[in-house]
Design a protein around this ligand. Structure first.
Ligand code: ZN
Length: 53
């Protein structure tokens, strides 16, 4: 599991990020960094509730 420290420094999760912002952050994160692949369970649940799967 490699961490792309530079990417993390340049891409901070916004404070009070919306579900969409979080999803987008993780989408970009998965492409650029391997420190925690995939999406948090809570985020997946929220996306399901919104019917965006
Ligand atoms: Zn990472």
């Amino acid at each position: 599991m490699a961490i792309n420290k530079e990417w993390h420094l340049r891409n901070k999760m916004p404070t009070n990020a919306t579900i969409e912002q979080q999803y987008k952050w993780h989408f970009e994160h998965n492409k650029n960094c391997n420190c925690h692949p995939g999406y948090p369970k809570k985020l997946i649940e929220e996306m399901k509730k919104k019917g965006k799967n």
